[in-house]
Design a protein around this ligand. Structure first.
Ligand code: ADP
Length: 642
């Protein structure tokens, strides 16, 4: 850092350097978006000031007409974006402009591939904001004074690793950003071009974007000047909060552009819902489902994307209160008419009205998605691929809307055996067998493990569909979603399957005989395995595999146990490790038939242990002592080769 009379030179955070480089190269084909980003920032700054001023009028400093001004200077080759919003202190400039404080930034950079086309899409998800100025500028000067403060600061950078900060005087509050255009970017030094970009991208932000309009001198027929040339300030955009307009007056394009402003996205959204709710608690909402995931989708604590306004005054975008976490990808605006304007953010958190509005908004979003599922399967599939795993958190987080969310869920199933998650619970129910009263599923830690689970054998034989669940969240999902349409969700690896209803009398009799026939072998096996298992019994669910493990109806599934173990949770500490699985043995399997007549106790024990370990492995589980398994197996192989 060099300091020279209040001027310091600082280095950009490494990520910023990286981002700048990428942006300049990969966003070039979309370069005019810099204007939307900078005007958006000015508009946000105005929103913030208006909110602060609710409790401290003096922040307006006598100027409460908030706006963004756009200027250009052909000779100097500059464009300036000037707002009279909240402004920034020196510390804030340093924090916001020069570092990227967003959580998840590191993961974002790890995702970059070096492929320009792909990376430019990613960069859109990231939301580039201020730095987009460097797409067209080779030097950017930002001068800002925080509302109510006396000191102003100037930030300047050529976007190449360093920036300077110095204290300056600035009479007016707010932020002025001057872009020194690169050679070749002169097209932006044109009032007509700038106006059309503003109309296109920023028409419906709530504050005016103004430009000077030069009106030429008026002359009479004889050439005498009757009115001198003058300059008039003109509002370029509609400056009407889009959400307050009636639907019929809004075009698709206007909806989409507004989304890009509130959603900090480059792409059109997938769908939106725009609705005014009347009654004692009046509010308007305009909510969007993005077409792709924001970069921080998996950061469950990331700032949420719905902004709360009260009578067009921005209140907060820390709107955890407005959308539950499983809808954290939703973007847009909720404007409450019946809340008092002078509320503090703290009071809002406990407001019953806000809770009611949130309840209503969530229902609207769920309704929107349900409608999409029913009317546009292709778009819904796209939605599910992007956000399905987040929606699956719904039944866990939002018990009240469990049924509504359940309708939105999609799974892979043995109906198609494809990894694609496109089977709804309603589809499943419609295909259930007449005597079947449960919805069956299997959980595993990969699709292929789920698909080839030994537990499925009997279901495949009987032609009963099973949902194949292999996403991490699925275990939690099925622990909260236990019923759909009056039908119990049943794990095929748990408890009694209750399939005997589907068996014929003859089959039942046969099973009883087999049970008896194998009674003593089962006892012997249990003796070998000791307390590794709760019970050993004859299985009627296996056709091809020799053995499988079954857990009790109320016990943690083996897959869940594995997930918890990986997460470092000690089950015995939680009082959950006590339950042991039951080993089920397939009586018609050749190995089982063979050990029934095995005379050598050691060989019997080895084979039994191998069967037990195999049952764990075939579900994708991990052995406590893999070396012992390998040792026993090799012993057997050697005896074969003798
Ligand atoms: P984003 O807008 O997505 O947060 P930016 O890089 O555009 O990202 O801006 C970073 C931060 O800098 C903003 O969140 C805001 O706090 C601050 N900022 C940017 N422009 C302005 C402005 N015109 N007035 C006040 N603060 C600003």
């Amino acid at each position: 850092m060099t300091v020279e009379a209040n001027k310091e030179t600082l280095g950009f955070q490494t990520e910023v350097k990286h981002l700048l480089h990428l942006m300049i190269h990969s966003l070039y084909s979309n370069k005019e978006i810099f204007l939307r980003e900078l005007i958006s920032n000015g508009s946000d700054a105005a929103d913030k000031l208006r909110f602060e001023a609710l409790s401290n009028d003096s922040l307006y400093e006598g100027d409460s007409e908030l706006k963004v001004r756009l200027e250009f200077d052909k000779d100097a080759k500059t464009i300036s974006i000037i707002d009279n919003g909240i402004g920034m202190t020196r510390e804030e400039v340093q924090e916001h402009i020069g570092t990227i404080a967003k959580s998840g930034t590191k993961q974002f950079f790890e995702k970059l591939t070096g492929d320009q086309v792909k990376d430019s899409e990613l960069i859109g998800q990231f939301g580039v904001g201020f730095y987009s100025a460097f797409i067209v500028a080779d030097k950017v000067t930002l001068t800002t004074r925080k509302a109510g403060a006396s000191e102003a600061v100037r930030w300047e950078s050529a976007g190449e690793g360093e920036y300077t900060l110095e204290s300056v005087d600035k009479a007016s509050r707010g932020t002025e950003i001057t872009l020194h255009l690169k050679d070749g970017e002169e097209e932006f030094l044109d009032g007509f071009r700038l106006r059309s970009i503003v109309k296109k991208f920023s028409d419906h932000i709530a504050i005016p974007v103004v430009m000077d309009n030069e009106i030429p001198a008026e002359t009479d027929d004889d050439g005498n000047e009757t009115a001198p040339a003058r300059v008039e300030e003109e509002t370029v955009n509609s400056a009407s909060a889009l959400w307050k307009m009636s639907k019929e007056d809004i075009s698709d394009e206007e909806y989409n552009e507004f989304y890009k402003h509130v959603g900090h996205d480059f792409q059109d959204p997938l769908v939106h819902v725009h609705s005014k709710v009347e009654g004692t608690n009046e509010y308007t909402l305009l909510l969007y489902v993005p077409a792709r995931a924001p970069f921080d989708l998996w950061d469950r604590d990331a700032k949420h994307g719905v902004k709360l306004y009260i009578k067009k005054v921005f209140i907060t975008d820390d709107a955890e209160q407005l959308m539950p976490r499983y809808l954290r990808f939703i973007r847009g605006v909720i404007d409450a008419d019946s809340l008092p304007l002078n509320v503090s953010r703290e009071i809002l958190q406990q407001s019953k009205q806000i809770a009611t509005i949130k309840g209503g908004a969530v229902k609207k979003v769920l309704g929107l998605l349900d409608n999409l599922a029913n009317t546009d399967a292709e778009k819904y599939a796209e939605f599910w691929t992007t956000f399905g795993n987040v929606i699956k958190e719904g039944p866990i987080e939002d018990a009240k809307n469990k049924d509504r969310v359940a309708k939105l869920l999609r799974f892979a199933s043995t109906h198609t055996d494809s990894e694609k998650q496109d089977v709804s619970l309603a589809d499943y129910v419609s295909r259930m067998k007449e005597e079947q009263d449960k919805i069956y599923y299997v959980t595993a830690d990969s699709f292929s493990a789920a698909k080839s689970s030994p537990h499925l054998e009997i279901f495949r034989k009987k032609g009963i569909e099973v949902l194949l669940l292999s996403d991490r969240v699925d275990e939690w999902l099925v622990s909260s979603l236990t019923e759909f349409d009056g039908k119990h969700l049943q794990s095929v690896a748990k408890g009694d399957l209750d399939l005997d209803k589907l068996d014929t009398e003859e089959e039942k009799k046969e099973q009883e005989e087999v049970n008896k026939d194998f009674e003593s072998v089962m006892k012997q096996i249990k003796e070998v395995l000791g307390d590794k298992v709760n019970e050993v019994k004859v299985s009627h669910r296996l056709t091809a595999s020799p053995a499988c493990l079954v857990t009790g109806d109320y016990d943690m599934s083996l897959n869940m146990e594995r997930i918890m173990k990986e997460a470092g949770q000690d089950m015995s500490m939680m009082g959950m490790g006590g339950s042991k699985p039951t080993l089920e043995i397939n009586p018609s399997h050749a190995i089982v038939e063979a050990i029934k007549n095995e005379q050598d106790d050691d060989r019997f024990a080895d084979i039994t242990n191998i069967l037990f370990d195999q049952a764990i492995l075939s579900e994708g589980g991990q052995l406590d002592d893999p070396a012992a398994f390998v040792h026993k197996l090799n012993g057997l192989l050697q005896s074969l080769l003798k």
